[in-house]
Design a protein around this ligand. Structure first.
Ligand SMILES: Nc1ncnc2c1ncn2[C@@H]1O[C@H](COP(=O)(O)OP(=O)(O)OP(=O)(O)O)[C@@H](O)[C@H]1O
Length: 428
C-alpha cells in the first residue's frame, strides 16, 4: 500500500528530471539549427555594387543549401543524443528497479546475499517520504541483523503470535526494538505489516509508540520502534512485580495517557482511526512510565461519523467497527488498573472476563475496596476511586451508543491526576 506507493513515486521522480532535460535539449538543438542564418551584405553578394543599385540595399541573404546541410547535421547530432539518452535512461531504470527489488521485494532478487562487511553503522540508510508528514527511514536488514546479534535468543524481548520482538543496538549507544515478522509472502502477515507501517507513519503523538523505520528482506519484514523500557502494562500488572511498581497515581497517569492517545485517534485524525486491538499488552511504558498505544496491525479508519443522534453509529458501519469498540477496551483496561485482574481469567472451569466478574460487584460501591488490587489498597482518596470505577462501568456497557466518547472519559479523569503528572489535581 504505502510502501508500494512510495516506490512508484520515487521512480517517477527519478525519471521526470532526465526526461525534461532531454526534451529541453532536443528542442533547443532543433530550434537553433532551424533559425535562418543572416550574413552581412558585403560578404553575401559581391555583385550588388552601390553604383548599379539605386534602391535600398538587400540586407538579408539566406543560403538555403548551407542551411539544409546544417539542419541535417543538427538532426543527426540530436538523434544520436536522443539514442544515447534513451539508453542511459533504460540503464538507470533497470538499475533503480534492481535496487528497489532488493530493498522492497528481495524474494526474487539475485543480490540478496548478505554482505555483513559492508554494513553501515548508521541506522538510517535512506528515507522514504511519508504520505502526510515526516519521513520513514528504511533500514538495511543487515544492520538490524548485526544490531540484534543475528536475532539471537539473548536479544528476544517477547515471542508473539506474529513474530518475535528483539532489542537492538544500532549505533553502539542507544537501544531500539525490532519486531521481526517471518513469512512476508503470506497475505495476512503482509497486510498487518503494511497496516502497522502505514498507520504509524502517519500518526505522531506522545501517547502512541513511535515508528523508527522498517526493513523488507526476502520473506522477512522488520519494524523498528522506540524502546519502551518498562515493557507492557500487562507485564507490569501480571509479571513478577504483580503491580507493585504501579502506584495509584501512576495508574491514573497511565489511564489518562491512553485516553489522550485514543482521543487523538478518534477526534483529531481525519478520518478518525479505530485501533480495534486495545489491550494491556498493547500499552507500552517508557522509562518514566509514560504510556503509549502500540500495535496498529488491526487499525482502521472510521469512514462515517455518526451525524444522526438517534441512530447508533454501529448501524452506519454494518455493526462492524466504531470508536465505541475502543471505548469498551479502554474500560476493560481501567478495570484492570483498579482490580489488578487479567482481562480474562482462566480458572480451571470457565474462562471469565473481568467485566462479567466485576460489574455486578460494582453495583454496590461499598464492595469496591474489597475487590481492589491489593498492591494499591488504602493508597487513594475513596472519592476518586469511586469516580474512576463509575467511568469504567460506563465504558463497558453492552450497548455501544450508551458508552461515553473517549474525550468525555479523558476530561473526567484529568481532575483526578496530580498537576505534576499532567492532570489538574492540586495536592495541598
Ligand atoms: N517498543 C517496545 N519496547 C519494549 N517492549 C515492547 C515494545 N513493543 C512490544 N513490546 C513487548 O512485546 C510484547 C509483544 O508485543 P507485540 O506487539 O509484538 O505483540 P504481538 O506479537 O502483536 O502479539 P499480540 O498480537 O498478541 O498483541 C508486548 O506486550 C511488550 O511486552
Amino acid at each position: 500500500m504505502f510502501v508500494k506507493h512510495q516506490t512508484r513515486m520515487c521512480l517517477l521522480r527519478h525519471l521526470l528530471l532526465p526526461i525534461c532535460l532531454l526534451g529541453f535539449s532536443f528542442f533547443s538543438v532543433v530550434l537553433v539549427s532551424a533559425t535562418p542564418q543572416e550574413i552581412p551584405i558585403s560578404q553575401a553578394s559581391p555583385r550588388t555594387g552601390g553604383a548599379q543599385s539605386p534602391g535600398p540595399p538587400i540586407v538579408k541573404v539566406v543560403i538555403r543549401q548551407d542551411l539544409n546541410k546544417k539542419i541535417l547535421i543538427a538532426l543527426i547530432v540530436s538523434s544520436t543524443l536522443l539514442c544515447f539518452t534513451v539508453l542511459l535512461l533504460l540503464y538507470l531504470l533497470l538499475w533503480r528497479y534492481r535496487s528497489m527489488n532488493n530493498s522492497f521485494n528481495g524474494i526474487k532478487g539475485k543480490s540478496d546475499s548478505v554482505k555483513t562487511s559492508s554494513v553501515s553503522t548508521k541506522p538510517t540508510v535512506h528515507k522514504v517520504e511519508s504520505v502526510t508528514k515526516g519521513t520513514i527511514p528504511v533500514y538495511e536488514y543487515q544492520l538490524l541483523e548485526s544490531g540484534t546479534n543475528k536475532f539471537s535468543d539473548g536479544n528476544v524481548l517477547s515471542r508473539g503470535g506474529r513474530g518475535c520482538l528483539y532489542s537492538a543496538c544500532l549505533d553502539g549507544k542507544s537501544y531500539v526494538t525490532v519486531k521481526k515478522l517471518d513469512g512476508g509472502g503470506e497475505t495476512d502477515i503482509e497486510k498487518q505489516f503494511e497496516n502497522e507501517v502505514d498507520w504509524l507513519a502517519k500518526i505522531k503523538h506522545q501517547n502512541i509508540v513511535s515508528l523508527l523505520g522498517f526493513s523488507v528482506y526476502r520473506q522477512t519484514r522488520c519494524i523498528v520502534y522506540e524502546m519502551m523500557q518498562n515493557g507492557s502494562l500487562e507485564s507490569q500488572l501480571h509479571g513478577p512485580s504483580q503491580g507493585a511498581g504501579l502506584t495509584w497515581q501512576l495508574r491514573m497517569k497511565i489511564a489518562v495517557d491512553i485516553a489522550r492517545g485514543l482521543e487523538y485517534l478518534h477526534e483529531h485524525c481525519h478520518p478518525p482511526v479505530v485501533h480495534r486491538d486495545l489491550k494491556s499488552s498493547n500499552i507500552l511504558l517508557d522509562s518514566d512510565f509514560n504510556a503509549k498505544i502500540s500495535d496498529f496491525g488491526y487499525a482502521t479508519v472510521l469512514m462515517t461519523q455518526n451525524k444522526n443522534l438517534n441512530r447508533p453509529s454501529e448501524y452506519l458501519l454494518d455493526g462492524k467497527v466504531t470508536d465505541k469498540n475502543d471505548v469498551y477496551s479502554f474500560g476493560v483496561i481501567l478495570l484492570q488498573l483498579l482490580l489488578g485482574k487479567r482481562s480474562v481469567e482462566k480458572p480451571s472451569t470457565e474462562p471469565e472476563s473481568v467485566v462479567t466478574w466485576a460489574v455486578p460487584k460494582l453495583s454496590d460501591r461499598a464492595n469496591l475496596p474489597n475487590i481492589l488490587d491489593p498492591a494499591i489498597k488504602g493508597t487513594m482518596d475513596l472519592k476518586h476511586l469511586y469516580q474512576v470505577a463509575a467511568v469504567a462501568v460506563l465504558c463497558v456497557q453492552p450497548e455501544p451508543s450508551y458508552r461515553p466518547l473517549i474525550t468525555d472519559v479523558l476530561h473526567s479523569l484529568i481532575p483526578l491526576l496530580p498537576l505534576e503528572l499532567g492532570g489538574s489535581l492540586r495536592i495541598l
